[in-house]
Design a protein around this ligand. Structure first.
Ligand SMILES: NC(=O)c1ccc[n+]([C@@H]2O[C@H](COP(=O)([O-])OP(=O)(O)OC[C@H]3O[C@@H](n4cnc5c(N)ncnc54)[C@H](OP(=O)(O)O)[C@@H]3O)[C@@H](O)[C@H]2O)c1
Length: 246
């Protein structure tokens, strides 16, 4: 079988790095997307030392020129893309202690803008730039790294009151889920599958390492959605223990 080519955004650390490691160990060529050349090269080198075919790709999801350059380079070097993991994400408020985050009534609008620029608009920009390459794959897969915090059903359910009410982050992940549905609808007649994944609460820089799961555990859920068979779902919201309600 031809070696699959997988691009992971924000792969220099955390869940993205672990996702690259899992897919690389599976024999894929992993393109380590990172906005910092230094950090991206270090991560790709570390994976390469483990025997993984890992290559750094400069990619800032908020920078159109870097996205375009990445797509051109992948096209030139590989001719196609099999897997796109939209992993890069931020929270502009302190997720390590949600109690200190501002309630919605005191959120500065710029914080929402900042979260959406990376977590939503960045995903549209990267996906649209990479889609011509994904269409050349026999089984393209797009995984949008969402969060349980994007689920409106969970937010309004019995445990909703106890969940962190991080307006910029949570609403950006809800919007990301809407993107998943929109792309899955457009691509329904193609081999490309598009899914949201909730990796679970993992200890990373994003939350000051307060998560109860390891980044590798979160990455395993993402990697599973990246290698779904032709009979797998599209337009779904996937977690380790099954589907997340929208
Ligand atoms: N950790 C959790 O419990 C959890 C739970 C649910 C969902 N998630 C999601 O999982 C994904 C990965 O998060 P993580 O926990 O692994 O956090 P992390 O360790 O902070 O990693 C985030 C990654 O995204 C990158 N990034 C941020 N802005 C970027 C941009 N404009 N362009 C390119 N890369 C950018 C970061 O790069 P720099 O190093 O340059 O900042 C870093 O590589 C995020 O989408 C997050 O929302 C995490």
């Amino acid at each position: 079988m031809t070696t699959r080519i997988a691009l992971i955004t924000g792969a220099n650390k955390g869940i993205g790095l672990e996702t690259a490691r899992i897919l690389g160990r599976d024999g894929m060529t992993v393109l380590v997307g990172a906005r910092s050349a230094d950090l991206g090269e270090k991560a790709a080198d570390a994976l390469a030392e483990e025997g993984i075919d890992a290559r750094f790709v400069h990619l800032d999801v908020t920078d159109a020129a870097s996205i375009q350059a990445a797509a051109e380079r992948i096209g030139d070097e590989h001719g196609r893309l099999d897997i796109l993991i939209n992993n890069a994400g931020i929270t502009p408020t302190d997720a390590s202690d949600p109690a200190t985050s501002p309630p919605p009534s005191r959120v500065a609008p710029d914080l929402v803008r900042t979260a959406f620029e990376t977590n939503v608009v960045g995903v549209v920009a990267v996906t649209n730039a990479m889609l011509p390459l994904l269409r050349r794959s026999p089984a393209g897969r797009i995984v949008n790294v969402s969060s349980n915090l994007g689920s409106l059903t969970q937010a309004t359910g019995p445990s909703g009151a106890a969940r962190p009410n991080l307006l910029p982050y949570n609403t950006s992940k809800t919007a990301l889920n809407a993107l998943t549905v929109a792309y899955a609808k457009e691509l329904a007649g193609t081999p490309i599958k598009v899914n949201s994944v909730a990796p679970g609460f993992c200890a990373t820089d994003l939350n000051g390492h307060t998560g109860s799961r390891t980044p590798a555990q979160g990455a395993a859920v993402i990697a599973g959605a990246a290698v779904l068979g032709d009979d797998g779902p599209t337009g779904s919201y996937i977690a380790e223990d099954g589907r997340v309600p929208w």
